[in-house]
Write a new protein. Sequence first.
Length: 278
Amino acid sequence: MESISRRRALVLGGGAVLGAGAALTAAGGAGAAVDWKRLVVVTANIGRKNLGQRERAIRDVRHAVKTGGRFAKPLVGWQEIGEGDDDGRERRWINEHFGKGFRNLFETDKAAHRVPMSIPTEFNVVDRRFTRVHGGKDGVSPNRVITEAVLELASDPQLRFVFVNTHYVAGAWNGEEDSHEAWRDRMWAQHFRSHRDDVLDHWHSQGYPVIWTGDVNRSPMPLLLPKREKRAFRRGIDQIAWIPGTNGTEIRLTGTKSVPMHVDSHHARVAMMQIRRA
């Protein structure tokens, strides 16, 4: 029997759903609530091993959820795009399979291109930015940033939320020791603080609900905002989470699934959500 590495065990983790179907009601808003709208959210780390499977992986993310005979247009947070094998193909394939009907953000940014986003055009991009976390270390981990986009529903501009995507320091919490472990621990903790304080608290203080995706390289990962944050998956390093806001936009989780990527031990993870303005 083939042994399973600690990293693979962390990646696959548990797929238990936390609070599936439970509505997260944001305070505020007026009048009768509008109907719930489907929102498919995916976190997808392309990986670095079986490089011939990368286009298949990207295509499979596009086809992650099918309802009513049609593929849903997912909101995707990507990780490891061009990381270690920057031949430009991953960006080209994302633009091909997430072309018409999508906006691809940060893919050409020098600092943030490893963690871009694919946004369905049914959402307008009101604002975008990225937060720098650390500059990386040669031979250990590239720089890390957190990408952020304020989105509004084109058909109902009062429905607004923030989408966030990130990838924590390479090799953290994988059970292996080397001479760079102390640096990795510091950078992981620095990333956690920035994710919590500079991003989630920043947007929450303005009333926005926040949905975040990412490879956090730790399982289980402590909640960033224990009194507010909800996770789609109990364990695993590829995570999807959300924080309710106070602007009248409500989010709820209805189910989850995983999509094999075939590149390495990562699976894309999918949260089937619903969103509405109260």
